[in-house]
Ligand binder design. Structure first.
Ligand code: PMP
Length: 458
């Protein structure tokens, strides 16, 4: 048992584990499908193997060939792993925000990694996927995996994930919950489960707040690898062909805060270290399960492990800086916001003249990706502009030509002392973040004055 001739054959047949602590007060059974147990560490091993095997069968990928993909994450690792075991060369194009660990994973398997700027509209020639397509076209023997539109991605889940769940639950599964990235997992698994159960299994998507899959406007969010981001300059919102909406009965929207709280609870209370997309899926599954009777069996898919996110969701400092923590008493940064500057920001496509108007006599402001001023996500801050720089600049030029480094960010619920320590010697305007969203601006002076006032008992 469990002895395989190749690493690719060891993909799949992952464990299903019941959730016992975070399900307090829930009558239905909730089981987690632990996809981080795959050899490459994620659910994407299944799609990677399936896409490579389909390309081998069709002749698109032949011995000596090169596997190419544009991806920031797990698909690249799965492809590089399977390609390494079969002697193919791999080239992966990744956005510049990709963590150093993920790039190191790819290089460890011998993949060549090309880094490009991430936040680009889809029709930009240097958008990650467009570069990947070009490389595949120009490389002799090159084959683009194209996970978003490749039917072998859905096929992997129809042929393996779905049947495994049906078998593991002895046909008792009533609800399947998963995040939607390319849509391969939910569409393939969901389609199989619906067919085998005569439509009895309900399929529920978990979607980050802001994602356009469930009606958001496409702003950024902090949970990686699921949902659909829309750059304001993208000409249209094109969804992956692997996302088959007809399979999904309903979608639950999960906030970053809910997903982050859930991953932390799973690690501490269930002993399960899962990534952010798994946290979002579990948050949705628990919300759903609360409404279900005792004879319901909910299965939630956990795409990857929390190991790749130790410096984010599991790092107390990261969590506090973005305002994802809870208030612990004392005076917090957010208490200073009443009498401060508005959370004014400059859109990245503004001209210098427009920006100067917004600035008024403020010394500097953050520059953000969007024009709509509400719910500005900290991740969409692209830099800052200072009044002094802009006064000297050509008024019709665009502000992004005059960017300074982003302003310091402090969390809304941090103590004043912690926030002052965080900004260090920075004397510029400070951005305050609550649950990852800009909730206000403070001058560094307001923060340091009040902090020393607190200390001297004033
Ligand atoms: N979570 C993680 C961590 C992933 O890497 C992916 C794949 N992009 C997903 C969720 C979504 O899976 P799918 O692409 O099959 O929808």
């Amino acid at each position: 048992m469990n002895v395989y001739e190749t690493v690719a054959a060891a993909i799949g047949n992952t464990a299903l584990v019941r959730l016992n602590a975070v399900t307090e007060g829930i009558e239905a059974a909730v089981y987690a499908k632990l996809e981080f147990l795959n050899p490459g560490g994620s659910v994407k091993d299944r799609a990677a193997r399936s896409m490579i095997e389909a390309a081998e069968s069709s002749g698109e990928l032949a011995p000596g060939g090169t596997v190419v993909e544009g991806t920031s994450g797990n698909t690249g690792i799965g492809l590089a792993m399977v390609a390494a075991s079969r002697g193919y060369r791999t080239i992966v194009v990744v956005p510049d925000k990709t963590s150093a660990e993920k790039v190191a994973f790819l290089r460890a398997h011998g993949a060549e990694v090309r880094v490009t700027e991430g936040a680009r509209p889809t029709d930009h020639p240097d958008h990650v996927r467009n570069i990947a397509r070009r490389i595949a076209d120009e490389t002799p023997g090159g084959w683009l995996a194209g996970q978003y539109d490749n039917p072998a991605n859905i096929g992997a889940h129809y042929a393996s994930t779905g049947p495994e769940l049906w078998q593991q639950t002895g046909g008792r599964i009533t609800h399947f919950v998963a995040g939607i990235g390319t849509g391969g997992t939910i569409s393939g698994t969901g389609r199989y489960l619906k067919e085998v159960s005569d439509g009895f299994v309900t399929v529920v998507g978990a979607d980050p707040l802001n994602s356009t899959y469930n009606g958001g406007d496409g702003r950024a969010y902090y949970i990686e690898s699921i949902g659909h981001f829309l750059h304001p300059d993208s000409p249209e919102d094109i969804w992956p062909e692997c996302y088959d909406r007809s399979v999904v009965d309903s979608i639950l929207t999960v906030t970053d805060r809910e997903a982050i709280t859930t991953v932390r609870a799973l690690a501490r209370r269930e002993g399960l270290l899962v990534g952010g997309s798994g946290g979002a899926a579990v948050a949705a599954a628990l919300r759903l399960a609360r409404t279900l009777p005792a004879d319901a069996t909910v299965v939630v898919l956990i795409p990857d492990s929390g190991r790749a996110y130790l410096s984010k969701y599991f790092d107390d400092d990261w969590v506090a800086r973005l305002g994802f923590d809870d208030r612990t008493g004392d005076v917090a940064v957010t208490d200073l916001l009443g009498d401060t500057l508005d959370p004014l920001t400059v859109p990245s496509d503004a001209t210098v003249a427009e920006a100067l108007e917004v600035l008024g006599d403020r010394p500097e402001l953050p520059v953000v990706l969007r024009r709509t001023p509400s719910s500005l996500v900290v991740a969409e801050i692209v830099g800052s502009v200072t009044r002094n720089d802009l006064i000297a600049a050509n008024p019709t030029s665009v502000v992004t030509e005059h960017l300074s480094v982003p302003l310091s960010v402090v969390g809304a619920f941090e103590s004043l002392g912690a926030a002052v320590k965080r900004i260090g010697a920075d004397t510029r305007t400070v951005v305050v973040a609550e649950s990852g969203i800009v909730s206000g601006l403070l001058s560094a002076g307001q923060l340091t004055d009040r902090s020393s006032g607190e200390r001297s008992g004033r």
